[in-house]
Design a protein around this ligand. Structure first.
Ligand code: ADP
Ligand code: MG
Length: 617
């Protein structure tokens, strides 16, 4: 094909050490796509590179692809499935980008090229960097083996992990995603990521070491005022611990000082006056260990080393598989048989006919690719797509390995047993199966096809004081995300409206009085099937029946009687939306495909809107 030839000349193919050195000697900026033999170069960016080359037409700009498996210098990039681009100027590494993020890649190419020109034309100094993906891994592997020798280690080595929090101020201002990108670009690896609203008690315990300091109460109130993003970070690093590297990256706690002394730090960029300084970092390795145990109690050692293939295999993950219309029609059973054979379980599945708009939203990274997108769009809209959530240890990589190379011709040549080769369709350039690229992408993609439902939960006045923490923990353990949380004393009017459905019932007045008798904790929960699942966790309204029918339910354990039955939950999706509106105002939905084509909200977007439209209480 003519297209292929063009691609070959656009990117110089480097497949051995000798060619690698030749490439390093090339004058100008070279952008190298480092790829794994089994998945091939990142085709997703080819048309972007071509566009850039055409637009800039610069002789000093070069592209190449380099196979990690056969080039000694790339030893440490082997086995990583994330697309990686290395930028070399005058044989020195000047920048690294992980992930096929088109806008960022474009910006980096333009920036790095102009820097390289400054060096070449005006004798500027080239700023070489070190990629932590290339450094010190041997050392970390050693450490991990040692840690692994000891039995019963339940948390990662605190030297290699630290806890970071994107605080409620930054989240509420919609900065979470931007900050997360910066974190990744700075070479930190995000091992775990959770959005959660700390309760006052949790915030108090978390900052216990600051209890004697002025402003402690403000800090606690602030930290429990809305959702935060809690992150577990690691970084492959020679000398400093990741805790130190992270603290250095966020800058001084005092934002004014940060602006003066470290203007590029996160706090200088995103913070305001105390206590609103946007981000948190564990003070040192010891604190990191404690905070890790506090915020990620279920975190196991194996998850600390995601870059290590063995560990990846041990982690239970979800991934999204898409079986495109043709294969969904013709090969569904065989594909499911292969899924089961390799030990992955099917957690959710759904058939949907996508609109063009939806395909564009699902594949933002491919939309601009003139060579790829039209065929992809055609194939994705030609009938119902089968979306399947697969669960298992190392599911993301395992499913990717089963799929084989993206390019159908390559799949056939190189691994004829892989699913993309086996279920390829004659005369169709596109493969028939999709798999998520990373656990993070998997969650985005799963949420696209299986949007989370929202429900309103209330911990009623009789249970707030004594059982709030237990109930919250069980909610989180049950897989719900607490998108909003508010402790409040209901006014009579709000309570009446809240229980509008019960108006006229003999117990209505009693119920309203009870609900206003003390503070309630109101929660906006999200999860797939949230309404029903939360009702199942609560159990029947009458604790007598609850004890019989579901003795483990919250009401069986914490209800005093049918009136004071500890918790409330919406009984339908529609009721949930009404009551969420009543309590939290307009918390606006995100664009994803819902069961009825409606949009649903992500927790973070809801959070960003939480300031608006609160009811008068
Ligand atoms: P649920 O809370 O499970 O949705 P209902 O919607 O039927 O249950 O009732 C709303 C609330 O009214 C109950 O949670 C309970 O607090 C109260 N309630 C229901 N039935 C009675 C009753 N017979 N006597 C007193 N209070 C009741
Ligand atoms: Mg009800």
């Amino acid at each position: 094909m003519a297209g292929k030839k063009k691609e070959a000349s656009l990117q110089v193919s480097v497949t051995n050490q000798e060619q690698w050195e030749e490439m390093l000697a090339t004058k100008g900026l070279t952008v190298v796509d480092v790829y794994q033999q089994w998945c091939g170069p990142c085709r997703a960016v080819v048309s972007l590179l071509r566009k850039i080359k055409n637009e800039l037409g610069d002789e000093l700009l070069h592209f190449s692809t380099a196979e990690a498996d056969s080039i000694d210098a790339l030893e440490h990039y082997r086995g990583k499935c994330e697309p990686t681009f290395l930028f070399y100027g005058g044989g020195e590494l000047v920048a690294v980008l992980r992930g096929a993020k088109a806008p960022l890649l474009q910006k980096m190419i333009v920036d790095e090229l102009s820097k390289e020109k400054l060096v070449l034309e005006q004798g500027g100094e080239r700023k070489a960097i070190k990629d932590y993906g290339l450094l010190g891994e041997d050392k970390e592997e050693e450490e991990e083996t040692q840690a692994g020798d000891e039995e019963g280690i339940s948390v990662p080595d605190s030297k290699s992990c630290t806890v970071a929090i994107i605080k409620p101020d930054a989240v509420a201002h919609g900065k979470a995603n931007e900050i997360i990108m910066k974190i990744q670009d700075a070479g930190f690896e995000i091992l775990a990521h959770e959005e959660r609203t700390l309760t006052e008690t949790e915030a108090r315990d978390f900052y216990l070491h600051k209890a004697a300091e002025a402003g402690f109460d403000d800090l606690v109130r602030f930290m429990s005022s809305g959702p935060s993003h809690v992150l577990l970070l690691s970084r492959v690093e020679g000398s400093a611990t990741v805790a130190e590297a992270w603290r250095d990256f966020i800058g001084p706690a005092d934002v004014e000082e940060a602006k003066r002394e470290k203007p590029e730090s996160l706090r200088a960029q995103y913070g305001a006056r105390a206590p609103f300084n946007a981000v948190h970092g564990s003070e040192d390795a010891e604190h990191a260990g404690r905070e890790l145990a506090f915020l990620f109690p279920g975190f196991s050692r194996t998850a600390s080393s995601r870059t290590e293939p063995a560990a990846e295999e041990e982690r239970v993950e979800r991934t999204l598989a898409l079986i495109r219309p043709r294969a969904a029609r013709e090969n569904r059973d065989e594909i499911f048989a292969r899924i089961h054979e390799c030990g992955l379980a099917v957690a959710l599945q759904r058939e949907v006919t996508l609109t063009e708009e939806q395909v564009r939203r699902f594949y933002p990274q491919h939309v601009e690719q003139d060579l790829v997108f039209p065929a992809l769009l055609q194939s994705m809209t030609s009938g119902p797509v089968l979306a399947v959530v697969l669960v298992g240890t190392g599911a993301v990589v395992r499913w990717k390995n089963m799929l084989g190379p993206w390019d159908v011709d390559r799949a056939r040549e190189e691994s004829p047993d892989c699913l993309r080769a086996q279920f390829a369709v004659e005369n169709q350039p596109n493969n028939q199966l999709h798999g998520s690229d990373s656990p993070e992408e998997a969650e985005r993609e799963i949420n696209f096809f299986f949007p989370r439902q929202r429900t309103l939960a209330v911990i009623k006045p009789n249970a707030v004081e004594e059982h709030k923490d237990t109930i919250l923990k069980e909610i989180r353990d049950g897989g719900f995300c607490v998108a909003h949380l508010k402790e409040l004393l209901l006014s009579r009017q709000t309570a009446e409206e809240f229980y509008g459905e019960q108006r006229g019932k003999p117990f209505f007045n009693q119920l309203v009085e009870f609900m206003c008798s003390g503070p309630c904790l109101v929660l906006l929960l999200t999860k797939e099937n949230a309404v029903e699942d939360w009702r199942a966790m609560m159990g029947p309204a009458d604790p007598g029946r609850a004890k019989e029918a579901s003795p483990d339910s919250l009401r069986a354990r914490f209800a005093s009687d049918i009136l004071r039955n500890a918790v409330h939950g919406s009984s339908s999706e529609q009721q949930a939306e009404e009551k969420i509106h009543l309590i939290f105002g307009d918390v606006c939905p995100e664009a994803a495909i819902g069961s009825d084509g409606e949009a649903d909200a992500t927790a973070s977007e809801k959070a960003e809107n939480s300031e608006d439209g609160k009811p008068e209480l």
